[in-house]
Ligand binder design. Structure first.
Ligand SMILES: Cc1cc2nc3c(=O)[nH]c(=O)nc-3n(C[C@H](O)[C@H](O)[C@H](O)COP(=O)(O)O)c2cc1C
Ligand SMILES: CC(C)CC(=O)C(=O)O
Length: 397
């Protein structure tokens, strides 16, 4: 393929980023777990859903405005949480924040950000929604401190990632013996007042996480986390809406509802955790069905085209998040590149809407996609027997 130097699509950005990033950092961003089946399936699964466009609908005005958690947003396209944006560009998450804000996109900030949450949110225009992603640590005081800071800084929701009791095994990182460059700091673990001072750590975890992040992650994350000691605990310490990230089944969606969560993100962590897990677009319908109107459903994983966003919305996602495309944009040209990634996807979404005869987000429903029949046996997306099976399973919970 002939890739443009002036990128015209996300594939171009990927190609450019691969050329400019050091191989260790590239490998860390790019890799999935083990054989990367799920990483690739996230992308290719979108291809098996086809569109069913309607004509002559007066598409002279297209709006992607919608609401998420009851608040207006310009677009259902958001930025998924990713560790260490400074591996892509020295402006790191501050640059991503400016890009998200310019596009009117929600930004979810990783706990493992290389820019403090206070600095990141300060780059927004005041109308951008920022959500804080959390991992829960054995030392709950560390997690609680992050929650308090997020509340104070103005984050409007907490996103608890539940698919990573341990990091998946990414063979590329193992081969590269990848560790982040020693000058990078995980600033959310440092005292915001003294964030540029090496003595500013608020926890030992921060110091060791900055040095060997993989091992530290495994050693400090709370692997005994459960709905009770995780979600119920979090609810007991904060009034912010809680969104669970990493949900792939109807059963866990029901549990998220039962535990008072505001939303779930259908995610397999970009194929970086359990290799062999279903592609997220294939898991989405069962989650949407189980969620009903009780809880909002978002998704991420493998979104590389505006038409992918369209398909996810048609299958019931309220918002769609992207990770690697934004990192590639950041590597290409800092905030301008990250914005370009979002803008390319945004314009492709608008064009897909126009060419499908849908003028606004509310009009996009499942009648606009052909769903592959029986793509997977357990829950063929949309199949009626799946719903019956699901009810039986849920009755046993
Ligand atoms: C380099 C990288 C770092 C990530 N770091 C985090 C993280 O800190 N927390 C988290 O919940 N998910 C993290 N994720 C997962 C993303 O939030 C998201 O689920 C996934 O990458 C979406 O797929 P996509 O990259 O195909 O868009 C990370 C993903 C990548 C690629
Ligand atoms: C630092 C890691 C815990 C970030 C992550 O979630 C990932 O690399 O997938």
């Amino acid at each position: 393929m002939n890739y443009a130097n002036d990128p015209v699509c996300i594939k171009d950005l990927e190609h450019i980023a691969k050329g400019v990033m050091p191989s260790g950092a590239w490998g860390y961003y790019d890799s999935g777990a083990n054989d990367e089946q799920t990483k690739y399936d996230n992308m290719s699964a979108f291809d098996s859903y086809r569109l069913h466009p309607r004509m002559l609908r007066d598409v002279s005005t297209i709006s992607t405005e919608t609401t998420v958690l009851g608040k207006k947003v310009r677009t259902p396209l958001g930025v998924a949480p990713c560790a260490m944006h400074k591996l892509a560009h020295s402006d790191g998450e501050a640059a991503t924040s400016r890009a998200a804000s310019k596009n009117g996109s929600i930004m979810i900030l990783s706990t493992y950000s290389t820019t403090s949450m206070e600095k990141v949110i300060a780059q927004g225009d005041g109308s951008t929604q920022y959500w804080m992603q959390l991992y829960v640590y054995q030392d709950r005081k560390v997690s609680e401190e992050l929650v308090r800071r997020a509340e104070k800084a103005g984050f409007s929701a907490l996103v608890l990632t539940v698919d990573a009791p341990m990091l998946g095994r990414r063979l590329v990182d193992a081969r590269n013996k990848f560790n982040p460059p020693s000058h990078l700091r995980l600033e959310n673990f440092m005292d915001p007042e003294v964030v540029n001072n090496a003595d500013g750590y608020v926890s030992d975890l921060a110091r060791s996480a900055s040095e060997t992040f993989g091992a530290t992650f495994g050693a400090n994350g709370d692997q005994s986390l459960s709905w009770e000691n995780g979600i119920s605990w979090l609810k007991s310490i904060t009034g912010l809406p809680i969104i669970v990230k990493g949900i792939m089944t109807a059963e866990d969606t029901q549990l998220a509802i039962a535990h008072g969560c505001a939303g779930v993100i259908v995610s397999n962590h970009g194929g970086r955790q359990l290799d062999g897990a279903l592609a997220t677009i294939d898991a989405l319908p069962q989650v949407v069905e189980a969620a009903g109107d009780k809880i909002e459903v978002y998704m991420d994983g493998g979104v590389r085209r505006g038409s992918d966003i369209f398909k996810a919305l048609a299958l019931g996602a309220r918002a769609v998040f992207v990770a690697r495309p934004v990192l590639w944009g950041l590597a290409y040209k800092g905030d301008k590149g990250a914005y370009l990634a979002l803008d390319l996807l945004q314009k492709e979404l608008e064009l897909a809407m126009m060419l499908s005869g849908t003028r606004n987000i509310a009009e996009i429903d499942e009648s606009y996609v052909y769903q592959p029949a029986n793509r997977w046996v357990r829950y063929a997306p949309g199949a009626r027997h799946a719903a019956a099976n699901q009810k039986k399973l849920l009755a046993k919970l």
